[in-house]
Write a protein that binds this ligand. Structure first.
Ligand SMILES: C[S@@+](CC[C@H](N)C(=O)[O-])C[C@H]1O[C@@H](n2cnc3c(N)ncnc32)[C@H](O)[C@@H]1O
Length: 399
C-alpha cells in the first residue's frame, strides 16, 4: 500500500530542487495522499493553533479542509528517563532501533508542552517519542519509507502533535518555510543508519548478510551501491574508500574490485566482502570490509554533504535560545559538526590578507558542548552501538 504512495513524483528525496511544485503543494499532497495515510489529515491540527510558531498557516491554507482540533494531545504515560523502547512489545511492535544518548538529548532540548521540535532522522521514532511524551510537538523527517511506516504505528496516539514527512533533511528549509513555520525550540539529527536498516538483509547495508548490494536509505534514489562498485573508475573507488572510510588499503582494494568485476559483475554484499577480505589483513575483531562498507554507504547516500547542508541552514530555523543537537557515529561526521559549530559561533573572522579581523556574518550560535558527549559505560553495555556516538549541542544566540 505504501510503496505506491512513496514512489510518487512528490517524493522529494531524490532532488527536491527539481520538483516543480511548491513545497506547500508537496506537503498538501503528501498529507492528502501519502503521509496522510500514515498520520491522517488530523495529523496537523496544531497548524494555525499556535500563531507564534505557525504564523499564517491555517489548515485551510494547506488545503486540508475540515481539521479536527483535539487539544493538547493524547499523551501517554511517561517512560522513566532513558528507558525508551520499553512498551514496544505491549504495542505489538517489533524492535526497530534503540535511541542513543537519549537522556543527554532530552537534557539538551528540554522538551515541554507547547515547544516545537524538528527531528530530521525519525528512524524508529525513539527520540521523537520521548519528546512527545514530555508534551512537545514534533515535525519529523526520514528518507526511508520503512522508518516512516514503523513510526506511524508507534506514534499514532500523538497524531495531534506530530507529523512526519518523507524527505532528506538537507532540504528541510523549503518544506518548513512553505508550511509557514517560523522557528523551532530545538532541532535534532541522529545521523547514519538505524539498527533496522543494518539488520534487514534485503537492504544490503551489512557484509554479514547475503543481499543485493543496495545501501540506499531512500529506495527511490537512482544509484545502488552495486552501480557504483561496477562502474566507478579505480581511482574514484580508492578515493571513496580512503576519504569516507579512512581505509588504509584503499588502493589495493579498489584494484581488486576492478579486476574482479571484469570477469563477473559484483551484485551482492558477500561477493564484495569476500573480494575485500582476500586483499585486506584482518585487523582485530573487525571484519576487513567494515570500512569499505561504511565508505560506500556514505557515498551512496551523500551523507556528508547532507550534514553540511543541514548545518548551514538549521541555525536560521532556531528560535532565540533554541538548541541544535547533532549525534554522529564516526570522526568524519563529528569533525564536520565541530568545525561547523566553530564557524557559526565565531564573532570575528580573520585572514592574513585583511588588515584587521572582520565581524562574522554567520555568527548565530553559542557552543554548549566544547567536547562531544559520549555514552556512559552503562549505556554501551545495553547498546554497544552507542560506543561510537558523539553528541554536540549549540544554542541560537538571543539576538
Ligand atoms: C540512527 S537512525 C535514527 C534513529 C532515531 N533517532 C530513533 O530514535 O529511532 C537514522 C535515521 O535517519 C535516516 N536518515 C539518515 N540520513 C538522512 C537524511 N539525510 N535525511 C533524512 N533521513 C535520513 C535514516 O534513514 C535512519 O532512519
Amino acid at each position: 500500500m505504501h510503496s505506491a504512495v512513496f514512489a510518487s513524483p512528490y517524493s522529494f528525496t531524490a532532488d527536491f530542487r527539481v520538483v516543480k511544485e511548491s513545497a506547500l503543494e508537496v506537503i498538501k499532497k503528501a498529507m492528502l495522499g501519502g503521509v496522510s495515510e500514515l498520520f491522517q489529515v488530523g495529523g496537523w491540527p496544531w497548524f494555525g493553533a499556535d500563531a507564534d510558531a505557525m504564523d499564517g498557516c491555517a489548515p485551510s491554507r494547506l488545503g486540508l479542509g475540515e481539521v479536527r482540533f483535539s487539544g493538547s494531545g493524547s499523551g501517554g504515560p511517561l517512560l522513566p528517563d532513558g528507558a525508551d523502547g520499553v512498551g514496544l512489545g505491549q504495542r505489538n511492535l517489533p524492535f526497530y532501533h534503540l535511541p542513543v544518548l537519549l537522556a543527554e538529548t532530552l537534557e539538551a532540548l528540554q522538551p515541554a508542552p507547547g515547544k516545537l521540535f524538528f527531528d530530521g532522522t525519525l528512524g524508529g521514532g525513539g527520540h521523537t517519542e520521548a519528546l512527545l511524551q514530555r508534551g512537545a510537538r514534533v515535525v519529523a523527517m526520514d528518507q526511508d519509507q520503512q522508518a516512516l511506516a514503523y513510526a506511524k504505528e508507534r506514534l499514532k496516539s500523538y497524531s495531534d502533535r506530530f507529523c512526519a514527512l518523507r524527505g532528506n533533511f538537507r532540504y528541510f528549509p523549503q518544506i518548513v518555510e512553505e508550511a509557514g513555520l517560523s522557528g523551532f525550540d530545538g532541532m535534532l539529527v541522529d545521523i547514519g543508519v538505524s539498527s533496522h536498516q543494518l539488520d534487514d538483509a534485503t537492504r544490503g547495508f551489512s557484509f554479514n548478510k547475503e543481499a543485493p548490494l543496495d545501501m540506499r536509505m531512500n529506495t527511490d534514489a537512482d544509484q545502488r551501491a552495486s552501480d557504483l562498485i561496477n562502474t566507478a573508475a579505480e581511482q574514484e573507488l580508492a578515493r571513496i574508500f580512503f576519504e569516507y572510510g579512512e581505509e588504509p588499503n584503499a588502493r589495493r582494494i579498489a584494484r581488486a574490485i576492478v579486476k574482479a568485476r571484469a570477469s563477473r559483475l559484483i551484485q551482492t554484499t558477500t561477493q564484495l566482502a569476500d573480494i575485500v577480505a582476500a586483499v585486506s589483513p584482518k585487523r582485530g575483531k573487525r571484519h576487513p570490509a567494515t570500512l569499505v562498507f561504511q565508505a560506500l554507504r556514505i557515498a551512496i547516500n551523500d551523507e556528508l554533504a547532507a550534514l553540511r547542508d543541514f548545518l548551514a541552514a538549521a541555525p536560521q530555523w532556531l528560535k532565540p535560545g533554541g538548541r541544535l543537537v547533532v549525534i554522529t557515529f564516526h570522526s568524519l561526521e563529528d569533525r564536520i559538526v565541530k568545525q561547523g559549530f566553530a564557524h557559526l559561533s565565531m564573532p570575528e573572522l580573520d585572514r592574513p590578507e585583511w588588515p584587521a579581523p572582520r565581524p562574522n556574518p554567520d555568527c548565530v550560535l553559542k557552543v554548549i558542548t566544547r567536547k562531544p558527549i559520549e555514552a556512559s559505560q552503562g549505556e554501551i553495555e545495553i547498546n554497544p552501538r552507542a560506543r561510537s556516538a558523539r553528541l554536540r549541542v549549540a544554542e541560537r544566540l538571543l539576538s
